[in-house]
Design a protein around this ligand. Structure first.
Ligand SMILES: [Zn+2]
Length: 65
């Protein structure tokens, strides 16, 4: 889904879970840490969105009936 670049050879890495670069074999620890933070932050926004949609649909359900 998300594309990142190897900090050593600048080749694109398409595998989010890859720990080593497919091209030069160097560690992608920097990118993994960044993606790890991104993965920890994102569900909070998704949960907020889902809760908002549920509340909105509940309000619409009440208004319809
Ligand atoms: Zn590389």
């Amino acid at each position: 889904m998300s594309e990142c670049f190897c900090p050593h050879c600048k080749n694109p890495i398409y595998d989010d879970d890859a720990l080593l670069c497919l091209y030069c074999g160097n560690s992608l620890r920097r990118n993994v840490t960044f993606l790890g933070r991104f993965k920890y932050t994102k569900p909070v926004y998704i949960a907020g969105l889902v809760i908002g949609i549920v509340i909105l649909s509940f309000i619409f359900f009440i208004l319809k009936h």
